[in-house]
Design a protein around this ligand. Structure first.
Ligand SMILES: Nc1ncnc2c1ncn2[C@@H]1O[C@H](COP(=O)(O)OP(=O)(O)O)[C@@H](O)[C@H]1O
Ligand SMILES: [Mg+2]
Length: 295
């Protein structure tokens, strides 16, 4: 009888100690190295020069307009993890054009968990949320203003921002989440439409001049300076010759004009007949000729 009471007391004592150890852990960073070393340790890759500039950018508002497959989502994943693990009680939200895409980043972040100290995660990894023993969380949200309104965040991450439908409504609903924390906003994308908030963030100096901007064309991301392979890109560029604006957007990471134009440049160009002589300026008298309307 007395023995079982002692066993109970021992168990209670052990669980109390575990609880206290966990509480003490809450205020300690899980990682204390630099973000570049963290990137190296987690991915096994050397960050490229443009990734280094992006990873080290501590500006409050950051936009990255990079070519496809240049390593945007990987950087965002590592930034989210680093912010979560290097300080306690950080709230990080991930937004993307769809919940499926924002969840993909959670899955990608979870794939690095085996490389983190044991017990870094609190409970189990969920599809939409990772909660860490230091009280930090990374959570994926849908493109839904109602769902994100009212959050309080230390870091808001938006992937493929130029492909978010009604991007302004989502931004307006979520951006105040950083208001009391003085938190940070980081958006990446390949360029899409010019009629978008992402375009303004990248180009409008009056409204978004305080945004730190990163531009990376595929030229910057070719091996050995980045993950892109020259041989296949040459083939893809040839395949897209009919649609140069697509290439311009996807790989040069420039906002092309084609989508907004009523007639595409390609169409106008193909309608030009080089055998005809064109009047260059309708208001100018042609040499030796007369304009009837001026009679
Ligand atoms: N610094 C790097 N070194 C080697 N491979 C990299 C590096 N950065 C990214 N990658 C790889 O390049 C591929 C594309 O990365 P991802 O982040 O998905 O690109 P994006 O989101 O820009 O399309 C992935 O397989 C990723 O692991
Ligand atoms: Mg991506």
């Amino acid at each position: 009888m007395a023995g079982s009471a002692f066993v109970k007391i021992d168990r209670l004592y052990e669980s109390e100690m575990r609880e206290r150890a966990r509480d003490a852990q809450k205020d300690k960073p899980i990682t204390s190295c630099s973000i570049l070393d963290f990137f190296r340790q987690m991915t096994g890759f050397e960050p490229t020069a443009y990734q280094v500039a992006f990873l080290l950018d501590m500006s409050q508002f950051v936009v990255a307009r990079w070519s496809r497959q240049s390593g945007k989502s990987l950087c965002l994943t590592l930034i989210a993890l680093y912010v979560a693990l290097s300080a306690s009680n950080r709230r990080i939200a991930i937004l993307a054009p769809s919940l499926r895409q924002s969840r993909t980043m959670i899955r990608r972040a979870a794939s690095f968990l085996p490389k983190l100290p044991k017990n870094a995660l609190e409970g189990r990894a969920l599809k939409t949320k990772l909660e860490f023993s230091n009280g930090s969380t990374i959570e994926a949200y849908p493109n839904s203003p109602e769902t994100v309104r009212g959050l309080t965040l230390n870091l808001l991450i938006v992937d493929e921002a130029n492909y978010i439908e009604d991007d302004r409504a989502l931004y307006d609903a979520v951006i105040y989440a950083l208001g009391t924390t003085n938190g940070r906003f980081i958006a990446t994308s390949t360029p899409g439409s010019r009629d978008s908030l992402f375009y303004e963030m990248c180009m409008d100096d009056d409204l978004y001049g305080d945004f730190s901007r990163h531009h990376v064309s595929f030229h910057d991301a070719l091996e050995p300076n980045g993950p892109l392979k020259k041989a296949i890109l040459e083939k893809l560029e040839r395949q897209m010759r009919e649609d140069p604006w697509r290439w311009q957007r996807e790989m040069l990471a420039e906002f092309s004009e084609d989508e907004e134009a009523y007639f595409s440049y390609g169409l106008i160009d193909s309608a030009v007949n080089n055998n005809l002589e064109y009047v260059e300026d309708l208001n100018k008298r042609e040499a030796g000729g007369e304009r009837e309307t001026e009679q």
